[in-house]
Ligand binder design. Structure first.
Ligand SMILES: *[C@@H]1O[C@H](CO)[C@@H](O)[C@H](O)[C@H]1NC(C)=O
Length: 245
């Protein structure tokens, strides 16, 4: 009986802790309608970022550097080559060095929108993958480990949505970054054929810009949908009027 009470009070204790609204009082915020609202927001993002990057379990915000992804699937197509790729156990490093260049906030009635110009000097992504594609009538299967290093990642991230019951609910998330330099590696891209894998990697590293541009529309669609969900889960814990007063 005593054990039961102990277990119960432990469980209830934990749940009452997690049920509390997250304490975001240390976050720098900016007041809407002020003259320097946009520049204040840029500074606020930059100053709050180191805290956010560490993650906040109480608002479902995972650590961002490295950011860990269990699984993601996306289609691709460049000319004759079409297929599907699934990545697993992916770790992404580098987000802590994000620089916020400028922020353009806009709002009317119950809608709120942020356009965030940002750049990340270096990123490194590694994980497992499985690809299944066709080149003409030829079937190509690859699987194993991969890694990608990127430099000078930059772009505008757009967050937009309705404020409902003091919660910001995004109906739009968009980020299609430009990349200054990229290097890819994968253990096997061609049914276990080392020479073809090496040739494909050499090709990919030479023509990465074209490949990236070909891959981006599909990858960004998957990525943006994933990020919208992630952001909405986090935002559902946050009082809009406290964080965006
Ligand atoms: C990617 O992995 C390969 C094989 O393990 C390794 O040789 C290479 O150095 C890695 N790339 C980076 C940038 O660490």
């Amino acid at each position: 009986m005593q054990t039961l009470t102990l277990v119960l009070s432990f469980v209830l204790g934990i749940s009452s802790i997690t049920a509390q609204p997250a304490d975001l009082s240390s976050m720098k915020t900016c007041k809407r309608g002020t003259d320097d609202y946009a520049s204040c927001m840029r500074l606020a993002f930059q100053e709050n970022w180191p805290t956010l990057v560490k993650g906040m379990p109480e608002i479902d915000l995972p650590p961002l550097d490295p950011y860990e992804l269990d699984v993601m699937a996306t289609d691709y197509q460049f000319g004759e080559v079409t297929g599907k790729i699934v990545v697993r156990n992916v770790k992404t490093y580098g987000m802590s060095k994000t620089r916020f260049l400028s922020i353009r906030p806009s709002y009317e009635e119950n809608r709120y929108r942020l356009d965030i110009d940002m750049e990340i000097p270096k990123m490194f992504v590694e994980g497992d993958f499985k690809s299944d594609g066709t080149v003409g009538s030829f079937n190509v299967i690859g699987k194993g480990q991969f890694n990608i290093s990127m430099e000078d990642i930059s772009g505008t991230m757009t967050l937009e949505g309705e404020v409902i019951n003091d919660r910001w609910v995004l109906d739009r998330y968009n980020f299609m970054p430009e990349v200054g330099n990229m290097k890819v590696w994968a253990s096997d891209l061609f049914n276990g054929n080392k020479e073809l894998t090496e040739a494909a990697l050499k090709f990919a590293n030479e023509y990465w810009q074209i490949l990236y541009r070909g891959m981006l529309p599909h990858a960004a669609k998957t990525w943006n949908a994933y990020m919208k969900n992630l952001c909405n889960r986090i935002l559902s814990h946050i009082s809009f009027s406290k964080i965006f007063p």
